[in-house]
Write a protein that binds this ligand. Sequence first.
Ligand SMILES: [Zn+2]
Length: 431
Amino acid sequence: MEEPSETRKRPSRNCISLVRKLGHTVSLKHEKKEKEKKIKQILKKPECQRTEEDVKILKELDNIVQELHKRARQRDRQKAHLEETEDVPEVLESKVKLLADLLKDSDHAILYTGAGVSTAASIPDYRGPNGVWTLLQKGKEVKPTSIVDACPTTAHMGIFKLYQEGLVKHVVSQNCDGLHLRSGLPQESLSEIHGNMFIEVCKNCTRERQYIRTFDVTEKTSFHRHRTSRKCHRCRSNLEDTIVHFGEKSSVKYPLNWEGAVENVEAAGLIVCLGSSLKVLRKYTCLWRTHQPLQRRPKLCIVNLQWTPKDSQAYLKINGRCDDVVQRLCCELCLEIPEYKQSCDPLFSLTTRLRKREMSSFSTKELRLVPSPCETPLKSSVDSELELKKEEQDGEAEIDKDHENPPQPGWFGKGLRKRKLSQSRRRSSKS
Ligand SMILES: [Zn+2]
C-alpha cells in the first residue's frame, strides 16, 4: 500500500539548514542569557566577597560585563531624564528676570507650548510622572478626562497678555485642547500644529472652510479616519476633524497654520519653549532653523520640569511650572494677567451653529455660554444665524438635546485605547 503523499514529502535541504540555524541561534541566545545571569550575580557581591573563580569569569567575559554596565548607564540616564526638578525660588527668580530681559530685548520672540501649559487645567501631560504615557508604561489605569471642561490657565492668559503687549509675536502649540484660541489669541498668530479638537473643516471648498464648534468634534474620528459625520453647509462635502495623530501628516491650512509658524521662525530672535518635552517638536526641523549654524539660530529658552533633548543648546533652562514661571514673568514685566472670562472666549463668537438636522450628530458634552447679568452674550457668526432663523421660520421645533450623557473620550481617549489595546495584545502574545 502506498503512503499518503503528505507523509512521503521530505523537507528540502534549505528547510533543514534553516531549522538548524534557528536552533543554533536560540541556543546561543540561551547561553548568553545564562552568562549574563551569572555575571549579574557576581556583580551584586561586594568585591571583597568575590571568589577567585568569580574574578576569572568576569575577566573572561569582559565584553558581556561592559555591555551590562552600558545598559545600566542607559537605564540611569533615562530615569534621570524622567525626573522632575524645580529650581529653588531664588534661582527661579533670577532666571525669570533674565527671561524678561531677553523678551524686552528681542524684536521677534515666539513661543512653543506643550502639554505642560495645560496641566493646571487638569489635562494630563504625556511624559510627566503622572503623564499618560508614564502611567501606561507602569501598567496603571488612566481615566479619560473631559477636556471640554477645561478653561485657559494662568499660563494661557499670561501668554495672551505677552502677545497683546507685542512681546510675543507668534505661538506654536502641540496641544489640541484649543485653550490658546480660547484665551483670545487670534488664529493668524497661532499654529496648532496637531489640530484643535473644536474645529472641523471642509477640504472641498475653494478656501478651506472652518467650522468652529463648542463640543469635541473628534467623537467619531480616529487614526486615518477623520470624517466627523457632519457636512459642509455650503457644498455638502463631508467635514473632517483637524487632529494629527502620531504617524500622520496633515495639510489642513487652519488651525495648523504651518505657514505662519515657518514665517515667524525665520524672523525670530528668541524661541521660548514652555511645558514641552520637545521629543516630538524637535523632529520638526523647520522650527529650529537647522539649516543655519548654531550661532545664527534664535536664542533658545526652555521652561520645563524635565530634561529635554534641546537642553544642551539652550541659552537658558528654567526648571519650573509653566503657570508659576508665566506669572512671575508678567510680574517682572509689570503686566497684569487678564482673568479668563467665558463671555470673551472666542470659541462662542466664532462658533458655527448646528443646523436642526445636525443637533443629534454628537453625544459629547457641549460648552454652554452662561451669560452674566451685566454682560451681553456674544452672537454667533452671521451666516449661521441667518440659516438658523430660516429653519425656525420653516416651523421646525428645536430639539432638546440630552446633555446629561456621560462625556465620551475624543481624540485623547482614543490614543489611550489604542495604546492599551496594543499593550494587552503584547501581554497576551507573551503569555
Ligand atoms: Zn465645503
